[in-house]
Design a protein around this ligand. Structure first.
Ligand code: PSV
Ligand code: MN
Length: 429
């Protein structure tokens, strides 16, 4: 089930093929002089994939307003179709990461088959105890897994266990737990007791993980709690993951740190102790801005991948990170933003793959500071676009996904098919 006409993609690719061949050959010659094979890099690009968040295809917003876009997805079925477009055109987003209860249905086997028709599988399932749902008996206003009262903690545990069960039916093998728990006032709660409550509740979720599952714990410095947050940083996250056991790992959402934090070093530390769960990619200027990956600080994204490729190259133990996007698209067409972001993430991965790690280690050993730095810079400034385009084209995707998407008129078609619904579930993400 292809949402966009394959003939259209084929004819657009055909029109751009000669220029692409020229650029690819020129880059291939340049890389060969640097001892790199463009074909193996293209294969690497073809094997790359990042998960798309189901909540990302709806228009996002802030706490001030949400300005809905035309033809928004109304339910998980529409969301899968939109994710199918992203995969069809970019060929680098083969899984989706669902969020519950937002994506609840009655038949998850059918949903799994529906996704498969778009060439999609399911990545980590995300639980939600940061909002109250209609008819929910106990409120999360004062917290969920770290709540002062045991019945509310038990309800939050139950929801996470239900997410595991849903994920099992979808073929997922990980549960991502992010809680908004914290306080707005000094003295509101006992900081130690809150963390103890969290650990006790999280252990019950952990005990419910199937043998081959992982639990991804996501930290975030602040918001919605503005004085203290229970899992506020990678330190608290690591304590939690180490307390829970080997199946618990730390998820790094790039927007969940103070400005100027050295995120790549956090990544290096988590890799070193075998506790890196994976990523929620996005970019940030001030806080959890949820801007498009690579749109503010592409060099930082590259430096994160520099650590990842380094870990891969040296065969770091237990190194199997899950790659997911987590963004809020408030002023762009979410499909376009997600395609652009997926391509920027793949770009950073490929650029980091160009670094000569043996030469870098030599320069580091000799304390040749500038030589070492210039090796990273040389990789970063290499325009790998022809490789990314070639990989997409060879896999049946589009040379220029955004141009193809616009030419297909998909959004206009969906605007006619999907009348706007008031209070759509996609809101402030
Ligand atoms: C919280 O800000 C977060 O990053 C978590 O991953 C949530 O699941 C997601 O955003 C959606 O609100
Ligand atoms: Mn996140």
């Amino acid at each position: 089930m292809a949402p966009i006409s394959d003939d259209l993609i084929g004819s657009l690719n055909h029109a751009g093929a000669a220029a692409q061949a020229e650029d690819y050959a020129a880059l291939g010659r340049q890389l060969a002089r640097r001892g790199l094979s463009i074909d193996s890099l293209t294969e690497r690009a073809m094997a790359w994939t990042v998960a798309v968040p189901t909540w990302g295809v709806g228009t996002g917003g802030t706490r001030f307003a949400r300005f809905p876009g035309p033809g928004e997805p109304r339910n998980i079925h529409d969301k899968l179709e939109d994710c199918g477009v992203i995969q069809q055109l970019t060929r680098g987003t083969r899984t989706v990461s669902p969020h519950f209860p937002w994506d609840k249905v009655s038949d998850y086997n059918a949903l799994r088959q529906e996704a498969a028709q778009y060439g999609l599988g399911f990545d980590a399932v995300n639980s939600n105890t940061f909002q109250d749902q209609l008819g929910q008996s106990l409120s999360y206003k004062f917290g969920s897994l770290a709540h002062a009262q045991a019945p509310t903690r038990a309800q939050a545990v139950e929801h996470n266990l239900e997410c595991i069960e849903i994920g099992r039916q979808l073929g997922s093998t990980a549960l991502t737990v992010w809680i908004g728990d914290g306080t707005n006032f000094a003295g509101q709660q006992n900081l130690t007791r809150m963390f103890e409550n969290y650990l006790e509740a999280a252990a019950q979720i952990y005990a419910g993980l199937p043998a081959d599952w992982l639990m991804f714990i996501e930290h975030k410095m602040y918001e919605p709690a503005f004085y203290s947050t229970v899992i506020s940083d990678w330190g608290s996250n690591l304590i939690a993951a180490q307390t829970l056991g080997p199946k618990a790992k730390c998820l790094v959402d790039l927007g969940h740190h103070a400005p100027n934090t050295n995120i790549e070093q956090i990544v290096a530390r988590l890799v070193q102790v075998g506790k890196l769960a994976g990523f929620h990619f996005n970019d940030s200027k001030y806080g959890d801005d949820d801007l498009d990956a690579g749109s503010v600080d592409p060099f930082r994204l590259f430096l994160v991948f520099n650590e990842l490729v380094d870990a891969e190259t040296r065969g770091a133990k237990d190194f199997r990170p899950a790659y997911m996007i987590d963004q809020s698209h408030n002023v762009t067409d979410p499909i376009e933003s997600l395609m652009a972001s997926a391509m920027e993430i793949a770009r950073a991965y490929l650029q980091a793959s160009l670094v000569d790690r043996a030469a870098l280690a030599e320069a580091q050993e000799a304390n040749d500071v500038l030589a070492a730095h210039r090796m990273l810079k040389a990789a970063y400034i290499t325009d790998v676009s022809p490789i990314l385009a070639e990989a997409r084209m060879r896999a049946g995707g589009a040379l220029d996904p955004i141009a193809a998407y616009r030419a297909a008129g998909y959004r206009a078609q969906k605007t006619a098919e999907r009348p706007a619904v008031a209070g759509s579930s996609s809101g402030i993400v």
